[in-house]
Write a protein that binds this ligand. Sequence first.
Ligand SMILES: Cc1cc2nc3c(=O)[nH]c(=O)nc-3n(C[C@H](O)[C@H](O)[C@H](O)COP(=O)(O)O)c2cc1C
Length: 409
Amino acid sequence: MPRTPSPGRAYPHQQHCRPRQARAFLQTDLRRLDLVISSKLFEPLAVGSLRLSNRIVIAPMCQYSASEGRMTDWHLIHLGQLAMSGAALLTIEATAVLPAGRISCGDVGLWDDATEAAMDTVLQGVRRWSAMPIAIQLAHAGRKASTDLPWHGGAQILPDHANGWQTVAPSALPFKDSDHPPIALDRTGMEQVRDAFAKAARRSARLGIDAIQIHAAHGYLLHQFLSPLSNQRDDEYGGALENRMRFPLEVFDAVRAAFPAKRPVSVRLSGTDWVPGGWDIEQTVIFSRALEARGCSTVHVSSGGLHPAQTIAVGPGYQVPLARAVKQRIGIPVVAVGMITDFDHAEAIVATGDADLIAIARGILYDPRWPWHAAAHLGASVVAPPQYLRSQPRQFPSLLQRGGGTALS
Ligand SMILES: Cc1cc2nc3c(=O)[nH]c(=O)nc-3n(C[C@H](O)[C@H](O)[C@H](O)COP(=O)(O)O)c2cc1C
């Protein structure tokens, strides 16, 4: 990292300059120095009552390791290690608001006292040792529910088989042609789903969760309502964009009303289906604006997952252009996600204003100290537990800042 010369010494380029030229050079150099020293990725951000220490968010990641929707000690290990990573926010995996909304029988749920109590045990364990804010992703898988665990192939499980159940969706259209079709939700069914989201939001508030993310991406139930490929209803919830947005917006309103006003409610959405005639970036922008008008705190822009015919050119930051397109047309913070693994790339996404935050998933499973390494690389610092402070490399003397949960305060 460039260093300011000690008093009385000049930069090499100043040695043969006249004073005015020297000043100009120095100013240029200081500006360059600023760019290096003040990393935007490590600039704090306030979102409602949430104080984010940097711009790195841990994306939700299903672990398929719950029992009847109840978190297990796997979740304590998994979330516990991520809570030591130095990221600004830890997002709990897609959490089903109803048993039928689980992708698989191993999904986490938050629909009754037993699932709430199991989550409470895990959260207390994590919070005892880490002060990292925690968000939860509330979800319903719709027609993509009732599948086998991914490491068993992830195929659909039929309703009359063990660990299978009848799925629901906006229309009776299966994800794959060969799938057992979902039942189209009627108004009563939709109200039950909406109320289940609100109840799960109230349980989240009781658990002290700092923020909610509503899952409206990746082809799950709310995305199924948004996309014309999966929503072919002929009532006021299908057809025109305004109608397709109606149910997701009703769910947003119900969750927003059920969660303390100062704590953020955000939405994760797919910026495009990557299928001609499907959900696209223009509709995403209109939906994001409608969310903003209703008090949504941030929009998290992912993509795809709705249709087997999707064609995606996957590469580093492949979804960033979608985040940028939304960011340019709304006022609330935007999160970019998808193959952001390089520190300078992450820094550039935030510094150039493509997005306000970046989320990482696979990268932080691979390297749970990714934010530490990013901070070292960019000359910033991260919060670390006092038990680990002695690991600080000598060449980064101000990398680790003491932090910790209730057991250490
Ligand atoms: C193991 C695993 C589980 C995931 N579970 C979820 C989930 O629960 N909810 C969700 O919205 N996305 C989920 N995703 C998608 C990630 O949040 C993320 O959007 C995607 O992996 C792209 O980011 P990455 O390139 O940093 O991994 C999951 C991804 C992985 C690898």
